[in-house]
Structure formats: structure tokens, C-alpha cells
Write a protein that binds this ligand. Structure first.
Ligand code: TXA
Ligand code: MG
Length: 318
């Protein structure tokens, strides 16, 4: 029996399997099996009010399950799915409340990873899958990240290498007339707007931009266990924290006042896609290092820089 058959067998029995995707690794269960879905919440220690994304390998299969994409969503799916985009659309009575947390909408995604696409084609149910990390911690972008934290709780981790995108999918809601971004992620807003030919709405905020009003958009998230400060003036922060050992996340700059081994330069050539790919593994490594605080730069507010800034902001919430 190969790994995929073993994984499919476990999923059919209501067990959890960690799956690779192009964004981050997911912790998957049969979305039609409430007991299996409950295991996801328990294993991650995830609050029950935070709904899950369901995954399959084609738009047609979602339609068979009574989930239909409106026109804008279909247009985006034809360009970007499989890929790092999630569609929030009206739910179907086939989807348990455990998945949607009782909302009348459901989040669906076609992930772009050959192993997981093959697995999905072997199953006659969608996979509910949040990122495979304990709730509020940094998302995993390799099989070893999953193993470190959840290895003793799950029976099977499919190893699909390092995630190519490295940051979660962009979530768009199609419940209003104009599509609205609920979470910035691996597909840039500019690319979405180019295909649709209109401006999309952005996350609703309540004064404080770290508080996004959408189900489950938890304020503190992606968080290492160390204090993280976002700053556009590293020299000043270094002066202010002279007695502390500093670790850093920068776009392309090397800071001579910070020990090189504690510095994570996400893209020496200044490429935001590459920076996104390296962000979560840098946060994990910084978490393990013998440092007191983490300084992170403000990234350019364009392309995947918007998603990087969003994750850093949440990681900085105390
Ligand atoms: O890239 C990704 O999206 C990864 C991979 C594994 O597919 N998954 C992921 O799942 O990031 P998770 O559970 O960590 O984040 C899903 C987000 C949550 O913030 C949740 O609140 C939101 O999706 N969500 C799920 N269903 C929703 C709904 N019906 N309406 C609004 N937001 C929803
Ligand atoms: Mg997550």
C-alpha cells in the first residue's frame, strides 16, 4: 500500500491526515463526518466558532455537493484554481454545522499540490482542513514543521516538500454584490482585480486594523513565543534594546548591528513572493533561537507584501 492509499484509507475511517498544499500544510478530515471534524478542533485546540475551509479538486465536484460559485467567483476560479484562493459562498445542506460553525456560508478551495490533488480525486467527500498548527501558532510550511508540533497526535503526515507559496490562501467573500477580501494571502489583490476588472472590497476593520470583523479572524495569530516589534527604524530599536539579544526579519537589508546568525533576510533580491515563501520558517527559527526580542520590518504594501504585513501584525499582538 502506498502512502496515498494509506492516507485515503485513514480519511475514510474518520481519522486525521496532514496534507501538503502550495500555501501551508493542512490538517485534514472528511468534511461530511462530524466526529472526524471534531478531532480537528480538538487536535489544534481551535475555538469552535472558527469555521473551516473545505477542499476538493474541481468546481464541478463542489456543485455536485450543492455548492455553487457566483459569476465573479467562477471567473476567478477559471484563472487561479487550483491555487491560493478560497471562496466564501452560500453553503449547502450537505455541509455539517461543525464545518461552517453554524454560518450560512462555506469556504471552499482547490489547493495546487500534485499529491493532495491526487488524494482528493480518490475521495468521494471534501476535506475540511485548517492549517496544521496548534491554534494561534505559526502555520507549517514543511512536513517537519507539522511533525514537531502534531507528530504525536496524528497517524499520517503526507510529505510534499516545502510549500511553494508559504502563506495561507487569500479568502474572498461572494456574499455581497462586490467581492470582499476577508483575509489577505497568497494571491495578490492586484491580480484578482485585474481579472475581474473591478476593485474588490477590503477587510472590514473596527478602528484598530488588527481587529478584522470576519468569523474567526483572530487578533493574535501566527505568533512565536517571543515579543515581536514591527518597526521602520531598526537603528532606533537597537538603541532602545541595548541589553537585549535581538533577532530580526527583514526584506533584503543586512543590519550590521545585529548578529548575522539571528537575522532572517527573506529575499536578498527584494522579491515579495520569495519573502512570503520564507516568512513562516523564519518565525519558527527565531522562536527557537536564544534571543530576547524579534524586530520585523514593514514590508512594501503591495502584492504579497500586504499579506506579509498582516501576518507580522498579528504575530506582534501581545
Ligand atoms: O491556505 C489555506 O487557506 C490553508 C490551507 C490548508 O488550505 N488553510 C487555512 O485554514 O489557512 P485556517 O483554518 O487556518 O483558516 C481559515 C480561515 C479562518 O480564518 C476562518 O475564519 C475563515 O477561513 N473561514 C472559514 N469559513 C468561513 C466562512 N464561512 N466565512 C468567513 N470566513 C471563513
Ligand atoms: Mg490557520
Amino acid at each position: 500500500m502506498n502512502h496515498l492509499e494509506e492516507a485515503a484509507g485513514l480519511l475514510k475511517q474518520g481519522e486525521l491526515v496532514a496534507i501538503p498544499t502550495e500555501t501551508v500544510y493542512g490538517l485534514a478530515a472528511n468534511a461530511f463526518n462530524e466526529e472526524a471534524v471534531l478531532k480537528i478542533y480538538k487536535t489544534k485546540n481551535r475555538p469552535h466558532f472558527n469555521p473551516l475551509i473545505i477542499h476538493s479538486n474541481s468546481v464541478e465536484r463542489f456543485e455536485e455537493w450543492g455548492i455553487f460559485l457566483p459569476e465573479f467567483a467562477l471567473k476567478l476560479a477559471s484563472h487561479f484554481s487550483p491555487g491560493p484562493i478560497t471562496f466564501v459562498v452560500p453553503t449547502s445542506n450537505k455541509i455539517p454545522d461543525m464545518v461552517t460553525a453554524g454560518h450560512n456560508s462555506v469556504a471552499i478551495r482547490i489547493p495546487n499540490h500534485p499529491i493532495t490533488l491526487e488524494l482528493l480525486s480518490m475521495l468521494d467527500f471534501p476535506l475540511a482542513a485548517p492549517s496544521a498548527n496548534p491554534s494561534t501558532f505559526v502555520s507549517p510550511t514543511s512536513a517537519s514543521h507539522v511533525k514537531q508540533q502534531l507528530g504525536n497526535k496524528i497517524k499520517c503526515i503526507l510529505d510534499g516538500g516545502n510549500c511553494e507559496v508559504g502563506i495561507e490562501s487569500t479568502i474572498l467573500s461572494f456574499l455581497e454584490n462586490t467581492p470582499r477580501i476577508l483575509r489577505y494571502g497568497g494571491l495578490a489583490k492586484e491580480q484578482i482585480e485585474k481579472i475581474l476588472g473591478i476593485k474588490v472590497n477590503v477587510p472590514q476593520v473596527n478602528g484598530d486594523t488588527s481587529k478584522i470583523i470576519a468569523p474567526g479572524m483572530i487578533e493574535r495569530h501566527y505568533a512565536p513565543n517571543k515579543k515581536l516589534i514591527i518597526s521602520s527604524d531598526f537603528e532606533k530599536e537597537i538603541m532602545n534594546h541595548q541589553r537585549m539579544t535581538i533577532g530580526s526579519i527583514s526584506f533584503s537589508t543586512n543590519y550590521k548591528n545585529i548578529d548575522y546568525k539571528n537575522q532572517f533576510i527573506l529575499s536578498e533580491s527584494g522579491n515579495l513572493d520569495e519573502a512570503a515563501r520564507h516568512l513562516f520558517s523564519a518565525l519558527r527559527s527565531l522562536n527557537e533561537l536564544n534571543i530576547d526580542i524579534i524586530l520585523a520590518e514593514n514590508f512594501p504594501d503591495e502584492g504579497l507584501g500586504i499579506a506579509i504585513n498582516d501576518r507580522l501584525k498579528r504575530a506582534s499582538v501581545q
